[in-house]
Ligand binder design. Structure first.
Ligand code: NDP
Length: 248
């Protein structure tokens, strides 16, 4: 039986947990060779082994996407090993949320460096390869917070709003090269994302919010990504917004 992504090569950033991990499994199940990028090598190795046991192919490459040299290494190694790159899922991100007044500016820098600059660096590094191939697909993980501003998440809002603006401009720049750009906007998903919140009030508020509804699971978002990247070349799924049923 053939799978929809047989012969395709996909890089997934932030593949060591949550949405990235589930996406790597989903795309490997569709036949893609998946390149797993994040900082925690032990997690990436365990995931690569898991994918291999189900007949999939995965290559872990330890990468901090906020470091442009490491990003160049990720893309160069992928191209050298597999000869092509078809799909990039820019998923690595943090939500170091908290009020703007009195906010932790180190957290702000971390969010901007990762959620925005990291995503830009990986996009910048893969684009010449996609253009030379005459096809490719970039999936950027934004958030409901890229469309709806709320008190207590202002800087996270700014990064995800930035992801949306950048993605739409990119889509228009590269559509004539047959390169597709998709924005995925999840609501609350049950992952490790809260671990990175340094503000105790913001953390408690977020945990209470999560308890007040049944959050999405990472697999729900992975299924949306798999849907977008398995459409025929004429179809560009521009944007998918997915909230838990009980989320306002
Ligand atoms: P997780 O915390 O489970 O995953 C975050 C991933 O990002 C990890 O794999 C982590 O790996 C990676 N990462 C962090 N810093 C870096 C770095 N410098 N370089 C490379 N990778 C890095 O969270 P989620 O799965 O929830 O988050 C994934 C994406 O989904 C994010 O962009 C987030 O904003 C978005 N999102 C999440 C929502 C949610 O409710 N969970 C809602 C809406 C959007 P490592 O630490 O090993 O580097």
């Amino acid at each position: 039986m053939t799978n929809k992504l047989d012969g395709k090569v996909a890089i997934i950033t932030g593949a060591s947990s949550g949405i990235g991990e589930a996406t790597a499994i989903a795309l490997a199940n569709e036949g893609a060779t998946v390149v797993l990028a994040a900082r925690r090598g032990d997690r990436l190795n365990a995931l690569a082994e898991k994918i291999a046991t189900t007949g999939g192919k995965a290559l872990p490459i330890i990468t901090d996407v906020t470091d442009e040299a490491q990003v160049q290494n990720l893309v160069h190694k992928t191209k050298t090993e597999f000869g092509r790159i078809d799909i990039l899922v820019n998923n690595a991100g943090i939500a170091a949320i908290g009020a703007i007044d009195g906010g932790n500016t180190a957290d702000w820098k971390d969010m901007i460096n990762l959620n925005l600059l990291g995503l830009l660096y990986v996009t910048h590094a893969v684009l010449p390869i996609l253009k030379a191939q005459g096809a490719g697909h970039i999936v950027n993980i934004s958030s409901v917070a890229g469309r709806t501003a709320r008190p207590g998440i202002g800087v996270y809002n700014a990064t995800k709003w930035g992801v949306n603006g950048f993605s739409e401009a990119l889509r228009q720049e590269v559509c004539q090269d047959h390169i597709r750009v998709t924005i995925i906007e999840p609501g609350l998903v049950n992952t490790e994302i809260n671990d990175r919140i340094s503000d105790p009030v913001a953390k408690q508020n977020m945990e209470e919010r999560r308890r007040s509804l049944t959050p999405l699971e990472s697999e729900d978002i992975a299924a949306a990504i798999a849907y977008a990247v398995t459409q025929p070349p004429r179809v560009n799924v521009n944007e998918i917004l997915i909230r838990p049923t009980l989320q306002y």
